[in-house]
Ligand binder design. Sequence first.
Ligand code: ADP
Ligand code: MG
Length: 729
Amino acid sequence: MSSLRFKVVEEAFKKRPIPAATPTERPSEYYAKYVFNQDKMRKYLPLKTYNKYCAAIDSGTPLDRATADEIAQGMKQWAIEMGVTHCTHWFQPLTEGTAEKHDAFVEHDGKGGMIEEFTGKLLVQQEPDASSFPNGGIRSTFEARGYSAWDPTSPVFIVGDTLMIPTVFISYTGEALDYKAPLKKAIAAVDKAATSVAQLFYPDVKKVTANLGWEQEYFLVDEGLYAARPDLLLTGRTLMGHDSAKNQQMEDHYFGAIPERVTEFMKDLEIQALELGIPCKTRHNEVAPNQFEFAPIYEECNLAVDHNMLLVSLMRKIARKHGFRCLLHEKPFAGVNGSGKHNNWSLTTDTGVILHAPGKTPEENLRFLTFVVSALMAVHRHNGLLKASIMSATNAHRLGGHEAPPAIISTFLGRQLSELLDKVENSTTDELFTLEGKHGIKLDIPQIPELMIDNTDRNRTSPFAFTGNRFEFRAIGSSANCASAMIALNAAAAEALNNFRARVDEHIAAGQNKISAILEVLREDIKTCRPIHFDGNGYSDEWKAEAARRGLDCETSCPIVFDRYLDEATIKMFESTKVMNRNELKARNEIKWETYYKKVQIESRVLGDLCMNHIIPVATKYQSVLVDNVSKILKAFPPEKAAQLSAYNVTLIEKINLHTDFIVNAVEEMVEKRKIVNKLENIRDLAIAYHDEVEPFLNAIRKHIDKLELIVEDQMWTLPKYRELLFIR
Ligand code: ADP
Ligand code: MG
C-alpha cells in the first residue's frame, strides 16, 4: 500500500488558501519602494552628481570613479535607512539563473570597532570566482579571474537585507561570461543602426530604444506532491505519468476562474513585483490545468530582462510560502501544453515614435514598412540562428509539438500587411500608400459599445508574429533568459538596418531622390525575404515540407541547431555589430553542448533509478497478488472452470511481464550506452550522442511505465499521478 502517495494527496486536498499580505498603501504608492530609481537619486544624491549620472546614461558614456563614489554614498544612506546590511553584485551567468555573492557593509574603523562602509569601488567592480561558472574554457580554473561590473542603466534594488547591484560578468581578457554584456552591446548596435535609418524620416532622432514586453508562463504544483515525485524534483519535469482522463480537452482552464490558493499567490507576487519596480499588468490562467501567465508592461530591453530574472526568482520564493512549487520547465507534463515566454519586441525613438507601428501619413507608413521589412530581413537571414538562440534541452520538448511554435522560424504578418507588401513589391512608381486603420464593428447587443478591431489578425501557431505595433517572438522557453533571444534579434536587426541604410545611401549618391531610393531597396528586400513569410498553420506537415523547399532551417536536433552560432554568416553578423567575437561564440557553444548532455544524462539516470526502485518492485508486487489469486482458483475449482475463471488475471500477469521485461532490458541497455558515449572527448560529439543514442530510451521506457500505471492497482502505485499533480489545489 502506498501510504506516502495517499498522505500527500490528502494533505494537498485539505490545504486552504494562505492570505496574501494586504498593503495599506495603493500600488502607485508602493511601486518601486525597494528600487534606487531616479526619484530616490534626486533625494539622496547631490544635484551635481545626479546630473552627471543622467548625462552619462543619456550619452552612453562611462561614469568616472569620483561620481561612482558619490553615487555609492547616496545608495548607502538610502539602503541603511531601509535596514540593509549587505550588498551583492547580481549577475546572469550562462546557467539561465542569476548569481550573487554577498558582502557585509562593515569595515574596521581602525580603532578596534566596525563602521558601515560602501564605496564606489565596491559598487563598480568585484571579482567573483569565474571558474565555478560555465565559461566554455575562456577561463581555465588556474587563472580564474572574472569581473563583475556595475550596469548603471538598471537600478539597484533591495531584496531582504541585501542591496542588489545589476552587473555584467566578464573575463579578465574582456570576453563576456554572461548574458548582460552581449545584450547591452546588441542594444547599442541596434540603437546606432536604427537611429541612422530613422533619420531618413525624422532628422531629429538621436536615440532608438529596443523594447521588450515578455509574457511568462508557468505551472504551479502542490509542494507535497512535488516532493513525492523524484523526477520533478531532480529534472524539473515528469519523466513518466499516464494522461489524466481529463486534462485540457474541455478547454475550461484558459482564462477560467483562478483557484483561490493560486489567487493569493498571485496577489503576493504582484505586490512584491510592484515593490521592486516591475510594472505588473496581466495575470491569468493558461491553457493547461495548473498553468498560469504573468505579464508586465513592456520596458527597455535590458531592464525588462533584469525584471524577468527577478520575477522568476520571486515566483519560486512566493510559491513556497503558499505551499506550491513553481515549475518553469518548458514541458513538465506530457500531453498538456508546455510553457513559453513570449517576447514582444519593438523599437522606439527618443521622439516617441514606435518604429514598428503604422502611422497616419503615407510618409510615416513608409517608415513603418522600412522597419517591418528590416526585421523580416533579419529573421530571414538568421532564422537558423534565432532558433538556436531559443533552443535548449528543455525547450526542445516544446518545439515541434502540436501546441507551441514549430521548430521552424517563420513570420506571420496578417492579411493587411501582406497585401501592402505585395502592393509595394509590384509598384513601379514612387506613389505612397495608406493603411486601413482600426475599423469599428457594430454589435447588435444593447449597451455594448462599438468595438475597435485591430488591423492585425491573430495566429497562435507562428513563432514570430507581427501584432500591430511590434513583433511577438513566441518560441522562447519559459526557463530561458530572455536575453539569449534578444541578443540574436537585436544584433540581426542592427545588421539588416545597417545594410538597408548603406544601400539607400548608394542610390542617393547615384542621384536618386530619397523616397524613390527607399522604395527601390524595399522592393528588393520584400522579394528577398518572401520565404520567411508564412501566414498558414505552422503545425501542419505540409508546412514542414514547404519550409524545406523554401530553404528555411528545419533541423530539430538540439545539439546540431547550436551549430548555427558558428556559421560564418552568424560570426560575421556578431562581429560586424561588435556584439560578440568568434572566441566568445565558440566558448558559449561549448557551454550549450555541455549543458545539453548533462541534462539528458541526469534524466536518464533518474529514470533508471525510478524504474528499478519504484516501477519494477510495484509491478512485480501486483503481479504476485495476481499469481496468488490464480493459484487459489486452481486449488478451488476443477481445471476447466479454473482456467475460465483465472483467464483475465493470467493475461494481466503476462502483460505485466511484457512491460517489466522491456523496462529492465531497456534500462540496462541505456546504462551501457551511457558508458560508451561518456568516453567521447569532443563536447559536441558527446551532446549529439546523448541526443541520438541516449534520449530515445527515455520515451521508449516511459511508454511501458505509463501502461503499467494503468494496469497496477491504484493503491499500490507509489508516485502521484497526473490527475493528482494537475488538479489538486
Ligand atoms: P497578448 O494578447 O499576446 O497576451 P498583450 O496585449 O497582453 O498581448 O501584451 C503582451 C505584452 O506586449 C505586454 O508586455 C505589453 O506591454 C507588450 N507590448 C505592447 N506593445 C508593445 C510594443 N510596442 N513593444 C513591445 N512590447 C509591447
Ligand atoms: Mg502574447
